[in-house]
Ligand binder design. Structure first.
Ligand SMILES: [Zn+2]
Length: 128
């Protein structure tokens, strides 16, 4: 058994895709990364796909807080739903299970695990 107190560390293999999201006064980024474990039972095993959400803080371009970091199980990847956003929804309508700011290129965990991207209205993230 690997002790629970030992956190598995991951090393970045590559950043695959990212999408900047303007939501209210905040700027988030959704990004897919592939990583390998640096320790733990799966050390140096195959690459794992990760979803991360970053919140930009302050004025410096590289100042970001990590608001979500999840390994994506192959069966639990939810594609971005940008193509499903509709004009018929108002700017207050949210779907907490999916992301409407990203295209289907970016894979997400269950929507409860990240903060941004839940507004369904097409006009919220995109102007015609
Ligand atoms: Zn997203």
């Amino acid at each position: 058994m690997w002790p629970m107190s030992e956190k598995v560390k991951y090393s970045l293999v590559e950043a695959i895709k990212s999408n900047g999201i303007f939501e209210g006064t905040k700027i988030y980024t959704h990004v897919n990364l592939s990583v390998v474990a640096k320790n733990g039972p799966k050390k140096n095993a195959t690459k794992v796909l990760v979803f991360a959400e970053l919140l930009h803080v302050g004025d410096r371009p590289n100042a970001m807080a990590l608001t979500s970091f999840h390994l994506l199980d192959e069966k639990k990847q939810l594609a971005g739903c940008r193509h499903l956003a509709q004009n018929s929804f108002g700017n207050k309508d949210k779907d907490m299970n999916h992301c409407y700011a990203c295209t289907d290129v970016i894979k997400h965990p269950d929507g409860a695990r990240y903060k941004a991207g839940h507004f369904v209205a097409m006009s919220y993230y995109y102007e015609d």
